[in-house]
Write a protein that binds this ligand. Structure first.
Ligand SMILES: [Zn+2]
Length: 267
C-alpha cells in the first residue's frame, strides 16, 4: 500500500483494498471507502469514529473526492474537521459556540432546575438547615415558574400554545413586541352619535338579536376592538345586556351576528 495521489502537501494513501486515507502534512483528514472494501472480522472501516469517513462507489470517485478536498482548501484546516470547502471551516472550528442559560428553551430550564436542585438537596442529606438544601430548594423555583407559565399558556390558549411556549427560545419582551406587530391596533370606542343612530333607526329600540325592547342599549363590536374591528355600522350590533354577555363569551357566532346586522340594514 502507499501513496496513490499527491497534491501539494495533500496525500491520498491506500490503506487496504477499498480503503484510502487523505492526509495533509501526514495528518489524517478523511477516510474514503470504496465498494471494493469488505470488512474483516469485527473492524469496519466505515464506522471509524476517529475520522470523517466518506463512502464512494469506485476508486475514480475517491480520486475525484481527493481532488475536491485538496483544491478546496489551500491551507490546513484546524482540528479533525472535514477539509472540504474552506468556507465551512468556521462551522467546525468550535469557536462562536457560546451557550448560556438564557438560550435554553423553558423546557431546558425546567430540566436544569430540577436536576441541579435535586442533586443539591440529595447531597445535603435532607438536612433542612444546610446550605446546599436551601440552594437546592431555590433551584426548584425555576422549574416551578416554568410550570406556572406553561399552565397559564395552556389555560388561556390551549395545549398547542403551551407546548410552543415550552420549546421556544425567546425573551418575553421580544415575544411581546412581535405579537404587537401581528395584532392590529385596538379600535377606540364607537362614537355615541353612531350608537344612538343604530339604536333608534336600525334596531328600532330593540335588541337586534332577541328583539326584546330595550331602554338602554349596549353596542357590541362583532369583530372585537382588540382585533382592530372598525366602528362601522356593519361591525356594530345593538344588544340587550343578556345577549351582549352571550356575544362577548362567544356563545353567538360572529357570522350569525353579521347576518342579523345585514338583514336589519336592508329594512
Ligand atoms: Zn337580546
Amino acid at each position: 500500500m502507499g501513496i496513490v495521489r499527491r497534491d501539494g502537501k495533500w496525500r491520498l494513501d491506500k490503506r487496504e483494498a477499498g480503503v484510502y486515507e487523505v492526509t495533509f502534512e501526514n495528518q489524517p483528514e478523511l477516510k474514503i471507502v470504496t465498494s471494493d472494501y469488505s470488512p474483516r472480522g469485527f473492524m469496519d472501516e466505515r464506522t471509524d469514529f476517529s475520522i470523517e469517513v466518506r463512502e464512494v462507489d469506485s476508486f475514480s470517485e475517491a480520486e475525484a473526492l481527493f481532488e475536491e478536498v485538496a483544491k478546496g482548501s489551500s491551507s490546513r484546516i484546524g482540528g479533525h474537521s472535514l477539509p472540504i470547502g474552506a468556507n465551512e471551516s468556521e462551522t467546525f472550528d468550535g469557536s462562536g459556540e457560546d451557550y448560556s442559560l438564557s438560550d435554553l428553551p423553558p423546557v431546558g430550564a425546567l430540566l436544569f432546575g430540577t436536576l441541579v436542585g435535586g442533586i443539591l438537596i440529595n447531597s445535603s442529606g435532607l438536612a433542612v438547615q444546610s446550605m446546599s438544601f436551601l440552594i437546592g430548594v431555590a433551584f426548584f423555583i425555576l422549574p416551578l415558574a416554568v410550570l406556572a407559565f406553561t399552565y397559564r399558556e395552556y389555560a388561556s390558549n390551549g395545549p398547542k400554545a403551551a407546548i410552543t411556549y415550552l420549546f421556544t427560545v425567546e425573551e418575553s419582551n421580544k415575544d411581546n413586541s412581535r405579537s404587537e406587530d401581528e395584532t392590529p391596533d385596538r379600535t377606540p370606542p364607537a362614537p355615541q352619535a353612531l350608537k344612538n343612530e343604530l339604536y333608534f333607526e336600525r334596531a328600532e329600540r330593540k335588541c337586534e338579536w332577541c328583539n326584546e325592547s330595550i331602554d338602554s342599549h349596549e353596542t357590541h363590536h362583532i369583530r372585537p376592538r382588540s382585533e382592530g374591528g372598525p366602528n362601522e355600522p356593519n361591525n356594530l350590533i345593538i344588544l340587550c345586556p343578556n345577549c351582549h354577555d352571550k356575544a362577548d363569551r362567544g356563545m353567538i357566532s360572529r357570522s350569525k351576528l353579521k347576518r342579523v346586522v345585514s338583514m336589519n340594514s336592508k329594512q
